[in-house]
Design a protein around this ligand. Sequence first.
Ligand SMILES: [Zn+2]
Length: 143
Amino acid sequence: MNKNTLIALSVVAAEAVVPLDAKEAASHFTIRELTHSATARRLGIDNTPPPQAVEAMYRLINDVLEPARIQYGSPIYVNSGYRCKALNKAVGGAERSYHLAGRAADLTTGSIEGNRRLYEILCTLPHRELILERGGIWIHVAW
Ligand SMILES: [Zn+2]
């Protein structure tokens, strides 16, 4: 093994241990925000996501939420992101909801006009599901 190979390997090793906080530093969204649930807290449900769901949330953030936030230009709030089975059941989520996989988020800008504008932006970004819920009270987006 020559010196260059050793350097390359240590770079790969360093990448692998980048802490979550550093990965999130450039984004407006965090895994914590996409995992937080007042309902889970109230009912004592452990909504800790498995690694695959964390990876899915990063993809949702990087491909959908962050580009939408940049185009929208103002804060976007996540009402619900990842849901474990127990939490999904508690909030009456669909049995095969993308929230279970960490692939969906319910968003609001705080106003119906803002939500309608955000919806138009999200139409241009990758998604599998995009729903302006109840006339614009919130947006469900799934990648
Ligand atoms: Zn949803």
